[in-house]
Ligand binder design. Structure first.
Ligand code: PLP
Ligand code: COI
Length: 339
């Protein structure tokens, strides 16, 4: 492996030795292939280029103290990718292919799974898109599935330090009956402009509100939102947010720790009553939120001092990471060891 300075490694693309690929054409998925190319060649009328037929996933592999490599909840990512495919009429994968591809690509690049002590991990990015040519608005008849990997550090530069977020009502990420509940490329295109503005203003991320009423918290561009109030873990119920596997896992961890779980609409004003708040996701892990600035109402919700994570988030973060790295017993069967 090239020399990597783990202490400064952020979240970004890095070439690995191999990726794995599979093509759907002539009415069937072919064999899984190993490639060392970073390129894709496709027809200029491919549906991914014009009509946004693309979805992706994100999951991670962790190296434990025992040297073993553990992949976290890949069955859930496989299910979610099927759901994305069905929603935008792409050809879903045959049962088991997602998991086979993930195991294969991690094994092939196992020397790129960072050492335990670094606190870094391997990010695994499956992507599936329409390569068949269409000029009329129709689903493609040909698809490509690729899984590539890279070693990564924290997604947000502050890592596990509380940082500010903002609310801007001039932008929606997803429509109530649109594609917000699946992981398709168009949702991220819609979040780019507001995301760049937020970063320029010094915020970690935008907290999007529900597009229908703009009264309730939805989620952030790359992660779900949750708050802690006393003994309650509260996270939004909405028809336009991605069901986060990290959020689902933290809810279980929180339940195991004796917290009460509330999944319900969260009015913006509730930010004033939270003891802690955070974003959560595979890339983000748990990224505590210090403050939320409502830029339209000119209002600030100060939740925690800047850079100071709260005690409940700290406990949830330590427990989740403990399970992922193999330091804490995996009582829910979330982890697959790559042999
Ligand atoms: N919400 C959005 C919009 C995301 O892109 C992600 C990242 O995958 C998440 C939430 C978190 O989901 P997960 O925990 O499954 O990674
Ligand atoms: C993830 O957490 O895996 C994501 O997909 C978020 C972001 C990098 C798009």
């Amino acid at each position: 492996m090239e020399q990597i300075d783990w202490s400064t490694l952020g979240f970004g693309y890095r070439k690995a030795d191999y990726n794995v690929r599979c093509t759907y054409k002539d009415g069937k998925w072919g064999e899984l292939r190993v490639s060392d190319s970073e390129e894709v060649t496709m027809h200029m009328a491919a549906t991914v280029l014009h009509y946004g037929q693309a979805c992706f996933e994100g999951l991670k592999a962790f190296r434990g103290k025992d040297g073993k490599i553990r992949v976290f909840r890949m069955d859930e990512n496989a299910k979610r990718m099927q759901n994305s495919c069905n929603t935008i009429l792409m050809q879903p994968l045959p049962d088991g292919l997602f998991e086979e591809a993930v195991k294969k690509v991690v094994k092939l690049n196992e020397h790129l799974v960072p050492p335990y002590e670094t606190g870094c991990s391997m990010y695994i990015r499956p992507v599936l898109f329409g390569t068949g040519a269409q000029v009329g608005v129709h689903p493609a008849d040909q698809y490509e599935f690729i899984v590539f990997v890279m070693p990564v550090g924290p997604y947000f530069k502050d890592g596990f330090h509380a940082a500010p977020c903002c609310i801007m009502r001039g932008y929606d990420r997803a429509a109530p009956l649109g594609t917000g509940r699946v992981k398709v490329g168009g949702n991220y295109a819609s979040s780019l402009a507001s995301g760049v503005i937020a970063h320029e203003k010094g915020y970690n991320a935008v907290i999007y509100l529900d597009a229908r009423s703009k009264r309730f918290i939805d989620e952030c561009g790359p992660a779900n939102f949750f708050g802690i109030n006393g003994n309650s873990y509260i996270t939004p119920d909405s028809e336009s947010i991605l069901p986060s596997i990290t959020n689902m896992s933290i809810q279980q961890v929180a339940r195991d720790l004796g917290l009460k779980i509330e999944v319900r609409p969260m009015p913006v004003e509730e930010l004033a009553f939270l003891d802690e708040a955070a974003m959560c996701g595979t890339a983000a892990v748990i990224a505590p939120i210090s403050r939320v600035d409502d830029l339209d109402e000119n209002k600030t919700y100060q939740i925690l001092p800047d850079r100071t994570p709260g005690p409940v988030c700290t406990k949830l973060y330590d427990t989740l990471r403990g399970i992922q790295y193999g330091d804490i017993e995996d009582t829910h069967n979330w982890v697959t060891i790559i042999e």
